[in-house]
Design a protein around this ligand. Structure first.
Ligand SMILES: [Fe+2]
Length: 208
């Protein structure tokens, strides 16, 4: 019998058996950036940007989930309209989550991903597990948008200052613009206008 000279005794035999339940150390720690491709961005810049983007990511993931909670739990005569609106905004936040997470990765960082880590990181107030009325749902959503807008504006300016134009563009063109528009759509639902009959003007207001 001829032996294959390239085959050693230590070679792992080919097997159809899946190798399950594997664990090993991380290949990159959270909060670090890898030495990356020629992006012309210093490591210090990428460290600062990825840290801030991860905060924005955690808050965006929380807002995304808050939209689904509101979509499921909304009640009242405007159920159908708000049920659909909340899901539309949810879908748009899903897009932002992906863009932010992938920006962190392409800058050489490690993006936050799991709910437990997001819960520890987000600055958005935790709502109760139970259902709340529409006005409270809308107010919570607007407050959450505000948390995101508040950090996005200085982040965009800082990114421009550091020469990270891609992060600046993502935050301005996608995060800020989407959140501004969604705040408008929500806020108009909290304007107290009559549903059927116009309010009569008071005698004082009507007198000339
Ligand atoms: Fe649904």
């Amino acid at each position: 019998m001829t032996r294959n000279p390239n085959r050693t005794k230590s070679a792992v035999p080919v097997s159809a058996q899946p190798r399950l339940h594997q664990r090993a150390g991380e290949i990159q720690a959270y909060g670090t950036v890898s030495h990356l491709p020629p992006l012309e961005l210093e490591e210090a810049v990428r460290l600062e940007m990825t840290a801030q983007l991860n905060q924005l990511l955690a808050d965006t993931m929380t807002l995304r989930d808050l939209y689904k909670k509101c979509h499921w739990q909304v009640a009242g005569p405007t159920f159908y309209q708000l049920h659909l609106l909340f899901d539309k905004h949810f879908d748009e936040q899903v897009e932002l989550v992906d863009a932010l997470a992938e920006r962190v990765q392409l800058l050489g960082g490690v993006s936050l991903a799991m709910a437990a880590d997001v819960a520890e990181t987000t600055q958005i107030e935790r709502p109760p597990r139970g259902r709340e009325e529409i006005t409270v749902q809308l107010s919570r959503l607007i407050d959450a948008h505000q948390v995101i807008i508040q950090q996005s504006r200085p982040l965009a300016r800082r990114a421009a200052e550091l020469g990270d134009d891609g992060t600046n563009d993502l935050v301005v063109s996608d995060v800020i613009r989407t959140n501004e528009l969604q705040i408008w759509f929500l806020s108009e639902h909290l304007v107290d206008v009559p549903l059927v009959a116009a309010k009569e003007r008071s005698a004082a207001a009507g007198a000339s």
